[in-house]
Design a protein around this ligand. Structure first.
Ligand code: HEC
Length: 173
């Protein structure tokens, strides 16, 4: 009898261990890694399938972004996304997608992982392509009839592409 109880406890213990949430020190499953492995580099090799137009992006922006970034992307209250070109060398630089960001592909990556601020990760790839197209158009970088996808987005050249230089300071030990 005592032996039977011990086996029963062992068995239930094993079941609990399998069902337990994976925590510090446990090996992540491939699916867990894939869900987090969404980084997109400057060349855009990792961009997912999908497509979106400026017009589609305008509608999504109005519903999900304008409350924080303004109707046209430069009114706030949160970060300005539009404008500021030509101000970087001035006493009051305005850092936006159009004035500052060196790669268009970064915009897709950022919006997909971080926006909308209160629901990051809730946008589909088509929505993110559309929002990217809309914000690039609002900054005067692509035409109003632009449709972006994984082939077209990496070809967009940003105004500040050559504004970044290597840091000449020696590495801090
Ligand atoms: C609830 C408010 C809120 C909403 C809604 C929101 N954002 Fe933001 N957004 C922010 C804040 C706050 C930041 C700055 C975050 C930080 O610096 O960590 C930001 C930053 C950004 C940036 C980076 C700007 C830069 O130059 O660094 C982009 C791009 C952006 N948002 C796009 C969007 C898009 C697209 C949407 C709609 C899908 C959206 N945001 C919805 C609050 C919001």
């Amino acid at each position: 009898m005592a032996c039977g109880i011990a086996i029963a406890l062992l068995a239930s213990g094993a079941t609990r261990a399998q069902a337990a949430p994976r925590g510090l020190g446990s090996v992540p499953h491939a699916a867990d890694i894939a869900a987090l492995d969404i980084a997109i580099g400057p060349r855009g090799d990792e961009l997912p399938p999908g497509a979106g137009s400026v017009a589609e992006g305008a509608a999504i922006y109005a519903g999900r972004c304008a409350a924080c970034h303004g109707a046209n992307g430069h009114e706030g209250p949160d970060m300005k996304l539009v404008g500021g070109q030509g101000t970087l060398a001035s006493a009051a630089p305005v850092l936006t997608i159009g004035s500052y960001w060196p790669y268009a592909t970064t915009l897709f990556d950022y919006i997909r992982r971080a926006m909308p601020f209160t629901a990051p990760g809730s946008l589909e790839a088509d929505d993110v392509y559309a929002l990217t197209a809309f914000l690039l158009h609002a900054n005067g970088i692509v035409a109003a009839d632009t449709v972006l996808d994984r082939a077209r987005l990496p070809t967009v050249r940003m105004p500040n592409r050559d504004g970044f230089v290597p840091d000449p300071r020696p590495d801090v030990p």
